[in-house]
Design a protein around this ligand. Structure first.
Ligand code: ADP
Length: 767
């Protein structure tokens, strides 16, 4: 019956009524039909037996008289009854007479058992004995047609079926009418419940009153709906409250500048605000459900102890009031390492333990702190170094000043014999040179560090500079009393075509510093200097060098000697003097020129300082010959300038005298002017002037103005500026005013010679 479940309740009721009625009517009809048939059969048998007895009697007399004809004749009476088909009369076992309707040939069936009547397919067979005077004379057999019986049966069935149909139709109509009584309230209930499920409106009034089960069903349904409606209201209210508090939380959390992250007990992220996305680069969807620790915080072993502490806090959260803060390293989605402040606190939501993490990106603060710390350390270090430097400087100034003042006093106060006088003057001269060099250094460093330095880059052959250096250095060696140290100048063969492109003056300054140091830190052996072609990263470069056989520098010290005011140790300062600026200045200069300054050294064996100069024009033959040894080039001294006239513009009389003393040997004709105005006048009136040595700071008219005026008179005569303290700006300004070159004050004789020669070379040839 389960198939009924697929139908509506209305159909179910109708089907059930029809089935019940069908079964009932079928049983009744079948029973009636069967009993009718049975009655008809019994009727047929009893009629047939009557006929058998009748025809038995018809034939008994002829039978006794053995009159077969009469017997046969009597049997013909059977033709009046259409149901009698055949009659056979037996005397013993032998047939005595017979009747066959329509004379059809017929085989009589054998009698089975002692039954007197037997139904076969379409017939009724009757067997009866024939008695005469109570003595059995023979037997009679009759065969009847059962056509009528069959017709009766068929009619009965037809009537039964018709009855069944009528009953079913009537039942259907009635069921359809009366099923509403049961099905309608149920269907209504079903419809209402469907409507409720769609509209979710649980407040309904069913207004159904009956005392049967459906009435009870309605009542309980109503109660149920009422309860649901109440719960719904409570839930809606709770949801409204929750969503407004969630909205509030979301607004607050997204407006919060700090990352707000909620973790469950296992450390998995359950909430992630916008700022957290901003800090780590992960969107909320990407990170939710992952472990915060393994994802973003501390995959760095140095933070292991903090990591353990954080894990411990998350797994066994402390009560709310004892939250904890950690400063730790984290990693963002893009792999950037950042510093964060992680404040953890425990809480409970719906009875579940959670951990709330407030995260602040403190990378810039940390960087700032670190920079501040570094700056503080640097400031302390530089203050320390400056104090040491001041002590150095004051010592370094005091020592030569004492000598200068002392020996000057001696010279002034007493009659000093000639040999001693010269010795004193030499001492004064040496100490003044030392003072000047130190002042130059300090000024230079100030200029370099303030970035206010310009370079005059040009192409030149470096051999001339090396020659100058050789002269100066030889003199320095004499003055230092280290005559036993061999000086060698080494330049490559065929190097006259070589050009380096850099600032000539600055290169010379650097080399002088290096030579100065070499002399200072070498007690025996030799100092070699010059340049060679070296391949640096496969590119040939001109590399200047100063090599000594002095005390050497350990590898640890090699790293610090280029820092300002650094010396290997204080004892070296005491022993060798100096204030730790030379290498700093040199390195700054070389770096600004785009080159490199470095040292190779071994304690006790000596040092080689290298200066590389990039962008040099190295001739091909020199590149291939670069491995050939360097040639020793000696310098020569030939100064005969008797054909020259030089105008010296100088307001300091001592300087003018110094110049005239120095140039006396060269037989040059010297004209002097104590200010710019006079100098211009002489220049105008003396066309024989070949070169002008111009002091820049002069009364009445300074050197710049005088140069400009002279240029107007004759632009071809070389004008050489004398600049003080190697101030670069003075040099630059003098060039702008029209000077061809400059020499620095105090004048070095060799430099003076070189410059004068350089600018008067053609004149000499002509002479
Ligand atoms: P200083 O004025 O002290 O010479 P520098 O900056 O020129 O200052 O040199 C710094 C330090 O480097 C020196 O004090 C010395 O210890 C070391 N140094 C420089 N050149 C040499 C050298 N050729 N041999 C040994 N040590 C040297």
């Amino acid at each position: 019956m389960n198939f009924l479940r697929n139908y509506s309740i209305k159909a179910q009721i109708i089907i059930i009524i029809l089935i019940v009625n069908f079964i009932t009517v079928t049983i009744i009809t079948a029973f009636t039909i069967l009993s009718n048939i049975q009655a008809a059969k019994r009727n047929l048998i009893s009629n047939s037996v009557v006929f058998a007895n009748l025809f038995g009697e018809y034939t008994v007399i002829p039978f006794v008289f053995d009159d077969k004809e009469r017997a046969t004749e009597n049997l013909q009476k059977a033709s009046k009854n259409p149901e009698i088909l055949n009659i056979r009369v037996f005397k013993g076992k032998e047939m005595f007479a017979g009747y066959d309707k329509n004379h059809e040939v017929f085989e009589m069936p054998e009698k089975i058992n002692s039954q007197t009547s037997v139904f076969s397919a379409n017939y009724l067979h009757i067997y009866q004995p024939i008695f005469y005077k109570n003595v059995e004379q023979g037997s009679i057999y009759m065969r009847f047609s059962t056509v009528n019986l069959k017709r009766l049966t068929r009619n009965n069935i037809l009537v039964g079926v018709a009855l069944l149909v009528v009953v079913l139709v009537v039942s259907l109509l009635m069921a359809m009418r009366f099923q509403r009584f049961i099905s309608q309230p149920i269907l209504r209930l079903a419809k209402i419940s469907e409507g409720i499920s769609q509209s979710e409106n649980y407040s309904i009034d069913l207004s159904y009153k009956s005392r049967d089960e459906i009435g009870t069903l309605y009542k309980s349904f109503e109660n149920m709906m009422r309860r649901i409606a109440t719960r719904q209201m409570e839930r809606d209210k709770a949801i409204e409250e929750l969503s407004s508090s969630e909205d509030r939380f979301k607004t607050i959390s997204s407006a919060a500048h700090n990352g707000i992250v909620v973790l469950d007990k296992t450390g998995l992220v359950t909430f992630w605000n916008q700022s957290a996305s901003g800090i780590f680069g992960y969107k909320a969807d990407e990170i939710k459900g992952t472990n915060l620790l393994t994802k973003v915080i501390l995959p760095i072993s140095s933070e292991e102890s903090k990591r353990i502490e954080i894990i411990h806090f998350i797994e066994k959260p402390q009560p709310l009031q004892s939250g904890k803060s950690f400063e730790t390293k984290a990693i963002t989605k893009t792999g950037e390492k950042i510093e964060i402040e992680l404040s953890l606190s425990a809480s409970k939501i719906e009875n579940r333990e959670i951990v709330i993490a407030i995260i602040k990106d403190i990378t810039s603060r940390k960087n700032y702190e670190n920079n501040l710390k570094k700056a503080k350390e640097q400031a302390e270090e530089s203050a320390r170094l400056k104090t040491a430097f001041m002590a150095n400087v004051s010592h370094e100034i005091r020592t030569p000043m004492n000598a200068i003042v002392g020996f000057t006093d001696l010279l002034r106060s007493a009659e000093v014999p000639e040999p001693q006088r010269i010795e004193f003057i030499n001492i004064i001269h040496r100490n003044s040179q030392f003072l000047i060099r130190m002042l130059d250094n300090i000024l230079n460093l100030a200029e370099l560090q303030s970035g206010k330095i310009d370079f005059s880059i040009k192409e030149f052959n470096p051999n001339a500079i090396l020659e100058d250096l050789y002269y100066d250095f030889e003199r320095d060696r004499e003055e230092s009393g280290k005559r036993f140290i061999v000086i060698e100048k080494k330049i490559p063969e065929n190097s006259n075509e070589l050009k380096v492109k850099t600032d000539e003056y600055r290169l010379k300054q650097v080399m002088l510093n290096l030579l100065d140091n070499a002399l200072k830190f070498t007690e025996r052996g030799s100092i070699e200097f010059g340049y060679k072609i070296k391949r640096i990263n496969k590119i040939p470069e001109v590399v200047f060098f100063v090599e000594d056989t002095g005390i050497g520098i350990s590898s640890g010290e090699q790293a610090i000697i280029f820092d300002s005011f650094r010396q290997v140790d204080n004892t070296s300062r005491r022993k060798f003097g100096g204030c730790g600026l030379g290498l700093t200045i040199s390195q700054e200069i070389v770096n600004l020129l785009g080159g490199k300054l470095w040292v190779e050294s071994e304690i006790g064996k000596g040092s080689i300082f290298y200066v590389s100069i990039p962008n040099s024009g190295i001739p091909e033959n020199m590149i291939s010959d670069s491995q050939k040894q360097l040639a020793d080039v000696q310098t020569k001294e030939i100064k005969d300038w008797s054909h020259l006239t030089i105008l010296v513009a100088e307001d300091e009389e001592s300087n003018t005298r110094f110049l005239s003393e120095v140039l006396k040997k060269t037989k040059v004709r010297l004209l002097t002017a104590e200010n710019g105005e006079k100098a211009v006048e002489i220049f105008r009136n003396e066309p024989s002037i070949n070169l002008v040595l111009m002091d820049l700071q002069m009364p009445i008219m300074d050197g710049y103005e005088a140069t400009r005026l002279m240029r107007e008179i004759n632009p071809k005569i070389p004008i050489i500026a004398q600049t003080a303290f190697a101030m670069y700006n003075e040099q630059k300004r003098s060039k702008e005013a029209g000077c061809d070159d400059f020499i620095t004050k105090p004048l070095r004789i060799k430099e003076l010679y070189r410059v004068v020669e350089k600018y008067t070379e053609g004149l000499k040839t002509n002479a």
